[in-house]
Design a binder for this molecule. Sequence first.
Ligand code: PAF
Length: 283
Amino acid sequence: MQITHSIPELRAALAQRGKPAFVPTMGNLHDGHLSLVRIAKQHGDVTVASIFVNRLQFLPHEDFDSYPRTWDADCEKLQSQGCDILFAPREKDLYPEPQLFKIQPDPALADILEGAFRPGFFTGVCTVVMKLFSSVFATTGGGTAVFGMKDYQQLMVIRRMVQQFALPIDVIAGNTARADDGLALSSRNGYLNTDERHRAMALSQALKTLADAARKGDAPLAALEAQAMDALRAQGWQPDYLTVRNRSDLLAPADASLQASAPLVALGAARIGNTRLIDNLEF
Ligand code: PAF
């Protein structure tokens, strides 16, 4: 695996290699990331992963400084999956000067759910992803990018950005990888202590219970969502939201959609101890 740090180095490594399939990450890689790399290997001539902890998508009180940086283990894992090129820009490579031009995503999609609790998050994500895309794809005439479904809203925002800017990039989604008890794999799971880890499966269980009850129409949706949040609180969590939305636009579904088999998704974000986790379930 070739390791590159600057954009010119990356572009030189990509020359004459065909179409890249690209997996952007912030490192601290787990099996979920590695499953995305395996997908990428099926969809391009050359597999590229990036590791960059993007300051722009963290609020001042969030965990930018303490975000786990596990360089040696990450390199070994990527190598084991047959990743061809690792792009690991330093801050000065991606942001050589203050980033004053930013991508402002559609607020109807980006200011709800995660965007409501983490203002500016999707501006930070879109801005870095646009820079990563330009680093990887500008000289290759496009290619494929693979994103995980655990970050469901992020995936939708990126898809819309690619569509609105007519970027020559196919975005592919990889399923959420889960531990045996259902906990979605996340770099932030490493923050959980033993007791929190034992209780962490409650988030995916709450989403399943909410999805089942919503489809059965057991009660108005708002009441079911409130019940789901109460149930999670009773297990020591502090939920930001647990909600059922249309898969198409992440807005609340019409009542009729709940009775029919309209494509819906239950999404949740909640804090256990000091750790904030997100998850979702399509149904
Ligand atoms: O999902 C992530 O790890 C990040 O949001 C991404 C897409 C790498 C951008 O920093």
